[in-house]
Design a protein around this ligand. Structure first.
Ligand SMILES: [Zn+2]
Length: 408
């Protein structure tokens, strides 16, 4: 009996999965080819016309797609075309940064309709959640008099995140331990909610809207307070069962290096992050190093600008960091054979030193065949933007799980 129940559950799960995949396929065809008739959708998607009729009816009823102008067809009858109703569906995309909470309202076309930034520098974890909940409540209520509804919420932050379970596993900034943020927000607002690691979501955003939209395999490497990566393989997020593939900041770069917050020694992010670079320039100035930077002008922005302007000390420190980074990039290339490596962070403003040093590492440390079609370039999107959180919503649409939950 138990076995029969298990078999029934498994069959239901498979049917749900197929239904979700069919919704996603039809939506993607409509988005790509709009305006498009149901007959054309069936041809392009290779799904049965009856399925197309049923699913498009549901998507129309839920307000996700809309009927547009009639197209004249060769048989004399007119076919009604369908298009996504993207400009009418609003979502909230949120980035929890170290200092700022950034909340944007987007429509599903990817237009950022508004952005609000709140200083959270001094807040602890509990205060952060209170503030986040209060700000979401304001944003949800704001549009109601105009008949606007928030159809989904997405949040990104640094740290180990489990998007499948909607939990913050660990962050170095706050003392969360497997914190069920999605469950708390969904109970409070009754709106589908998503959460992801900011860097991995930024990789997704570059794949959908930015520098890697023309290729299927790419790796985004982010350098800021720490170092992380997001990996896209065959157009899909490489996440893994434990959901945190890409923690390259903790690959050992210098065995004689400093202790990292993870407990180990000489991790990449103890040699490459923005803070470490400021510290290295500060120490060099104290030891009488020649540079245009002074203790008064010692900021990461000024250091990278000075490196771009050929300041020898700043250039040398960026070059050392780029050598450590380049070795790790070479490992990733040998392991995953990507078409593009995208670098995110203020360090990309440091001139040619960064990219030429990484290129040298790639030339000497990776398989020559893997170098042929490989490009390394800076991000197209703003790395700190809420577009990363928006990409997570777009992914939920493209995979079908959100399509069946939106009602406008
Ligand atoms: Zn570490």
């Amino acid at each position: 009996m138990v076995q029969n129940n298990q078999q029934t559950d498994s069959v239901i799960a498979k049917i749900d999965h197929i239904k979700q995949a069919n919704y996603a396929t039809i939506y993607k065809v409509i988005e790509k080819h709009a305006p498009i008739s149901r007959v054309e959708i069936a041809k392009v998607s290779k799904l049965a016309p009856a399925s197309v009729t049923k699913i498009t009816r549901q998507l129309l009823e839920n307000g996700i797609i809309t009927e547009t102008a009639r197209q004249a067809s060769t048989g004399g009858r007119c076919a009604i075309s369908l298009a996504p109703n993207s400009s009418s569906i609003n979502v909230l995309a949120i980035k929890i940064g170290r200092k700022l909470l950034s909340i944007s309202r987007y429509n599903l076309s990817g237009e950022e309709l508004s952005n609000k930034q709140i200083n959270i520098e001094l807040e602890n974890g509990e205060q952060l959640i209170e503030r986040l909940t209060a700000e979401i409540a304001v944003a949800v209520e704001e549009g109601k008099p105009l008949g606007e509804k928030i159809s989904a919420i997405s949040i990104t932050l640094a740290g180990l995140i489990n998007p499948k379970l909607g939990r913050i596993v660990y962050t170095s900034r706050y003392s969360f331990n497997n914190f069920p943020l999605v469950e708390i927000l969904e109970q409070r607002f009754n709106i589908p909610t998503f959460i992801g690691n900011h860097t991995r979501c930024l990789a997704l955003a570059e794949h959908y809207f930015g520098a890697s939209k023309d290729c299927l395999d790419s790796i985004l490497i982010s350098i800021h307070h720490g170092v992380g990566s997001g990996i896209i393989i065959q157009g899909k997020w490489l996440l893994g069962e434990n959901c945190n593939i890409g923690e390259i900041g903790h690959i050992q770069a210098n065995p004689a290096g400093k202790q990292c917050h993870c407990g180990n020694f000489g991790c990449l992010e103890t040699e490459v992050s923005d803070n470490v670079i400021v510290e290295k320039v500060k120490n060099a100035i104290n030891y009488g190093g020649l540079t245009t930077i002074t203790q008064e002008t010692l900021t990461i922005e000024n250091i990278y600008q000075a490196a771009a302007n050929n300041d020898p000390l700043c250039q040398k420190i960026v070059e050392d960091a780029a050598t450590y980074l380049g070795k790790t990039v070479a490992i990733l290339i040998n392991l995953l054979n990507p078409e593009k490596i995208i670098i995110a962070g203020k360090i990309t403003e440091s001139g040619n030193t960064l990219f030429s040093t990484i290129q040298q590492c790639i030339a000497h440390q990776t398989l020559p065949e893997f170098q042929n079609k490989l490009t390394i370039l800076p991000t197209e999107l703003k790395p700190n933007s809420t577009i990363a959180a928006f990409a997570l919503i777009k992914q939920a649409i493209y995979e079908g799980d959100l399509l069946q939950k939106i009602r406008i």
